[in-house]
Design a protein around this ligand. Structure first.
Ligand SMILES: Cc1ncc(COP(=O)(O)O)c(C=O)c1O
Length: 395
């Protein structure tokens, strides 16, 4: 695949093997160009002025929203720009859950959540007196669906759950969990940080209420993310922040809001990053995403098979599923701290993640203080996996 050539980062760092795309992906030229072009040719504040330049900037900004809406099969007004997944989840915690939940209500999460989809709910539960229930994992790292059914009862108001685990690579059937939520009148929030780039997401088909992801993990700019809020909930969700750009009318003691998405986007947005995210969608449309997925799954399988040959290595997560569907693998090396493994690989210019990967309760539950994580992007190559395995064998 010559796709790597589209990522100038690798021209600047030809010897580097970048295996940390789940943390953040490198950016294609098309995305970088779009942002530079916006600054060079079209830059002005959006939604604020009537001169031609501002109109042009606003049109480009609105086009990006439309591209993202189409990408997710959402309506334009259901796409809210945030800083990333973390802000999207905190948004719903503050602007919906804090105002809706009360003592006796329940929020359900799973045992594999990233801190971003755990801590906001811990805080909301402390503030409102609601209970936080955690769906257990099976020993293979998949969700225990029997326990899920036990956790989801009539007291539940929200299920907030990852689509794909950033630690184990586990994929969760969020459509099924969403149906369970809706059966008892609860809402579902999907943390799509790790899934949006690897699978086709159709919010109508998933029938989720809220869905959050970050641009930077899908080859787009950092500092920009998307929060999908189902249109029927726009009145139930309060603004997250208050300020310019969202007001229909304001007096000294009262104000009313414009309809969504403006109601939810106070202040000057990250305009250039929004343009960049639109270009990211264009870029993804130029590719055969099924083929890319197969490529990443093949790399994952190659890595797993290689790691299985190394007696000191223990792979975490649902290995059989990862071989069929994965794009990341976490593992530990017997007798060696994960940080030392990452530091050892770093000597050979190999970038891998090591730590608890922002999921400390999960790491604790697995009896680990840290694990090594290798995650793939479209630019990774089989040769790179072979090199990493060669070094790991010598450990
Ligand atoms: C599953 C998951 N959720 C949430 C996040 C937080 O994303 P961000 O830091 O872009 O807000 C991450 C980032 O690694 C993640 O993997």
């Amino acid at each position: 695949m010559n796709i790597k050539k589209q990522f100038p980062f690798f021209n600047h760092n030809p010897d580097l093997i970048y295996l940390d795309t789940a943390a953040s992906a490198q950016k294609p030229q098309q995305v970088l160009d779009s942002m530079q072009q916006f600054y060079l040719n079209d830059y002005a504040n959006v939604h604020r002025a009537i001169y031609d330049l501002a109109e042009r900037a606003t049109t480009k900004f609105d086009e990006s929203r439309a591209k993202i809406a189409q990408f997710l099969n959402a309506k334009n007004n259901e796409i809210i720009f945030t800083r990333g997944t973390t802000e999207g989840i905190n948004f719903i915690a503050r602007a919906w859950a804090a105002k809706t939940l009360k003592k006796g209500d329940v929020i359900v999460i799973s045992a594999l959540e990233h801190h971003s989809n755990l801590l906001p709910w811990q805080v909301i539960c402390k503030e409102t007196g609601a209970e936080l229930r955690v769906i257990r994992l099976q020993t293979d790292g998949n969700l225990d669906m029997v326990h899920a059914a036990q956790c989801i009862d009539s007291k539940v108001k929200l299920i907030a759950i990852a689509h794909t685990s950033n630690v184990l690579g586990t994929q969760i059937d969020v459509k099924k969990i969403g149906a369970m939520a809706h059966e008892i009148g609860a809402k579902i929030l999907v943390d799509a940080a790790q899934s949006v780039v690897h699978m086709h997401i159709d919010v109508k088909d998933l029938d989720c209420d809220f869905l959050a992801f970050s641009g930077h993990k899908m080859y787009g700019p950092s500092g920009i993310g998307v929060l999908f809020i189902k249109e029927s909930l726009h009145d139930e969700v309060e603004p997250y922040q208050y300020g310019g750009g969202m007001v229909y009318s304001a007096g000294y003691h009262d104000a009313t809001w414009l309809p969504a998405p403006r109601k939810f986007e106070a202040g000057t947005p990250a305009m250039t990053e929004v343009i960049g995210l639109g270009a990211t969608i264009d870029f993804l449309h130029t590719l055969d995403r099924e083929l890319l997925k197969k490529h990443e799954i093949a790399l994952c399988g190659q890595l797993i098979e290689g790691l299985q040959q190394i007696s000191k290595v223990k792979i975490l997560g649902p290995i059989d599923d990862l071989k069929k569907n994965g794009s990341l693998v976490s593992f530990i090396v017997d007798g060696m701290h994960a940080h030392d493994v990452a530091a050892y690989l770093n000597q050979f210019k190999i970038c891998v993640r090591a730590g608890h990967n922002c999921a400390q309760p999960l790491a604790n539950q697995l009896g680990l203080n840290a694990a090594v994580r290798i995650s793939f992007g479209m630019y990774n190559l089989a040769d790179e996996v072979a090199i990493v395995l060669g070094h790991l064998k010598k450990i």
